[in-house]
Write a protein that binds this ligand. Structure first.
Ligand code: SAH
Ligand code: SF4
Ligand code: F3S
Length: 450
């Protein structure tokens, strides 16, 4: 490659899960430190970082079309320098370098703290790939947090040792690691100083987090949540994604003890059929999953439940798929994500017999999504009449309109004289599809002077 001028502006495009969003923010902070600035919306960036996801087929294919569009001037007037980061970079780094000569840098999810060095080399005309997995080293090498926003992500745990037979994450993100307790408290403090009122703790298996608190006691995620709840200015705590097998009594109990811990749980089940769960290597049954949810509802009856489902896992029969519909009927999720099974290279399920035909998968997905949507509408309708706090995250489409989240993670919109980051008490008055309309409750101050 020819030497290039040092980029002045950048844009990070993150795909996939929230952990990629977190990584994307941290890459941005590193580039800021290096003297680059985020490209304003609608303007060309000198450097584009594609922060990719490998979880399903389409996600990976999209990268090549994005690279093509960037180099052919379809996305920008001028072709930028391109870096590919994230899970596709980890899984297919060499292939990307060979297939896409326009890419200057390929960097894996555990190595992106080295992006500044790679950028300096790229400017000299040297293409570089770094897909090492030094795990925790990355966090220590990143600059301090300074992103200003009322809601923030904080990665506490990375990687996965579960090896579900369909999934690439153990290969792209590596083994399970937990970041140290004191580092997390420090990072949370910085986020709060920068304006965060809600922090979502992230991990591929966030409830596998474990560490030692400041007194040297071993604690799990519940211990971390209790400590975070003591930080001044932090109004809300969430965590995602949990695995049924890593759930412990303390975390369930925390939902009845910690006021700041929001009544929401994302707990993927994948299938409602025990034979399929076994073939997926999930190590829980439909029944043990349901009992777990019952215990959460026991301490927090209003808890909003969410999950993930895969339809069309190899060998799934119609009757086995119907068990998935039944578990949905039983749980009544507030919302849920559902996917068609996608064979991933290198995973055991990809070479299993009886791969399911695409038409059958389509049909099953539609039936499942119809039930999930039915329950989401019912959940939203059932919250009408409640009064709750909504944290404003952004402006709505209409003038004077605001959008934020209820404690149950519903999108709530309402009007009034407010600012980003305000925690506004509203009456929920009407369910509108996947969101809910709210009406602010007259502030106590205004009532007193009236
Ligand atoms: N660690 C989390 C989720 C990781 S991936 C967990 O175990 O729950 C997010 C979701 O993508 C999974 O829950 C699963 O539903 C889906 N998924 C993962 N691999 C997939 C594949 N090969 N095909 C279709 N969906 C998949
Ligand atoms: Fe993938 Fe299973 Fe690990 Fe979740 S628990 S990341 S689905 S291997
Ligand atoms: Fe995708 Fe990697 Fe997240 S594969 S879902 S970006 S862990």
């Amino acid at each position: 490659m020819k030497p290039q001028t040092h980029p002045k502006t950048y844009r990070v495009k993150s795909f996939g899960c929230q952990m990629n969003v977190y990584d994307g923010e941290r890459m941005g902070e590193m580039l800021d430190e290096q003297g680059l600035a985020p490209a304003p919306d609608g303007e060309d960036a000198d450097l584009v970082v594609l922060n990719t996801c490998h979880i399903r087929e389409k996600a990976a294919e999209k990268i090549y079309s994005d690279i093509g569009r960037l180099t052919k001037g379809k996305t920008q007037t001028k072709a930028p320098m391109i870096a590919v980061a994230g899970c596709v970079a980890q899984a297919e780094g060499e292939e990307i370098m060979a297939r896409a000569p326009a890419v200057s840098m390929v960097v894996g999810p555990q190595a992106y703290h080295r992006l500044p060095d790679m950028l300096d080399k790229a400017v000299q005309g040297e293409r570089a790939t770094d897909t090492d997995m030094p795990a925790i080293a990355k966090f220590g090498a990143l600059p301090a947090r300074k992103r200003r926003s009322p809601t923030a992500f904080l990665t506490v745990q990375e990687g996965c040792d579960k090896f579900c037979t369909y999934c690439v994450v153990p290969y792209t993100r590596g083994a399970e690691i937990s970041r140290p307790f004191s580092d997390l408290i420090d990072e949370a403090r910085k986020l709060i100083e920068a304006g965060a009122r809600e922090i979502t703790l992230l991990g591929q298996n966030v409830n596998a987090w474990g560490g030692e608190d400041t007194k040297g006691h071993s604690v799990g995620l519940a211990g971390l949540i209790h400590a975070l709840a003591k930080l001044d200015g932090l109004e809300r705590i969430r965590y995602t994604t949990s695995h049924p097998n890593d759930m412990d009594d303390a975390l369930i109990a925390a939902h009845g003890e910690v006021e700041q811990l929001m009544p929401y749980l994302h707990l993927p089940v994948q299938s409602g059929n025990d034979r399929i769960l076994k073939a997926m290597n999930r190590a829980h049954t439909a029944e043990s999953y349901l009992r777990l949810l019952e215990r959460f509802r026991g301490v927090r009856p209003d808890i909003a439940l969410s999950g993930d489902f895969i339809v069309g896992f190899p060998g799934e029969t119609e009757a086995e798929f119907e068990d998935t519909l039944s578990i949905v009927d039983e749980v009544r999720y507030a919302q849920a994500y559902s996917f068609k099974y996608s064979p991933r290279p290198g995973t055991p399920a990809a070479t299993m017999d009886n791969q399911i035909a695409p038409e059958i998968m389509d049909e099953r997905l539609q039936r499942l999504q119809a039930r999930i949507n039915r329950d989401q509408l019912a959940f939203n309708a059932a919250t009408v009449g409640r009064t709750c706090d909504v944290l404003i995250e952004r402006k709505g489409k209409l003038p004077g309109q605001w959008l934020g989240k209820s404690p149950w993670l519903q999108s709530v919109f309402f009007e009034g004289d407010f600012e980003l980051g305000d925690l506004v008490t509203v009456d929920l008055v009407e369910g509108r599809g996947s969101s809910v309309r709210g009406v602010p409750v007259q502030p106590a101050k205004a009532q007193a002077t009236a």
